[in-house]
Ligand binder design. Sequence first.
Ligand SMILES: [Ca+2]
Ligand SMILES: [Ca+2]
Length: 280
Amino acid sequence: MKINRHTRLATISIAYVALLIAANPFLAAKAEVHPIVEVQSGYLFGATADGKWIKSDEAAKALPDEKTYEIYGLTQSLGHARGTAPTPSEEDVCADLLTVSLSPKPENGIIALAAPWNALPRKPQVIDQTQQVYVDAVRDFLQTKGIDQPKVKIENILRIDLDGDGEEEVLISASNYFQKEEGVPMRSPAGSYSMVLLRRVVAGKVETQLVEGEFYPKAYKDTEKFNAPNAYKVIAVLDLDGDGKMEVVVASSYYEGAATTIYRCNPKKVEQLLSVACGV
Ligand SMILES: [Ca+2]
Ligand SMILES: [Ca+2]
């Protein structure tokens, strides 16, 4: 078949439009946009629309008005709040972030979501962090990362069926930077680490998966520079795109900044979906 110039042009145009639609999934079918906000800071992570994840600047374009959000804590829903249209952050250091003002803003609120589905279809259970089986799991994992004599320090353990198959998964947050006070040092001491582990049963066997982590068998010794290690901790487990599977929300902090990241944890792959970060 001979393609004339006009046909080719039309084909190119259609391809271009298709490309635009693919890049902006919520424009295609005018899918409803469901924004996700970090409650205490007001930072806009972005949104989901028809199961697609959209970055904050794109999401903000589709959010010209106030919206009603549901506020979620770690183990419960904390009711509704009104959220303003996203506006640039007023803080100098994080001027690139968009923020949403929520009212009311419950003290235990972690994530706000404007969506018709329940983001807590199953509630995480906070379980005893001294249970030997988990202390052993953390020690064994740290040894695989070159820390021979690990000092196990578990921050929290959550039991939750992430994928809704009836089998519960376990999320373990563990950090040790050998700090006497709160916070994370500028340089990592020998044997320090921070990680979030996910334990799940696959084909009848327990498997341990690393969601996020840093491991420092040796001390960072350069006194003129620093390596700014991070501490990670699971702060929420929510279904933020409405597919019935729960995403894992991890807070990280270093000596002068912090971030919060949403992860999808499939048995074969852990993916970062959206993140907000503010630091010097
Ligand atoms: Ca499961
Ligand atoms: Ca989900």
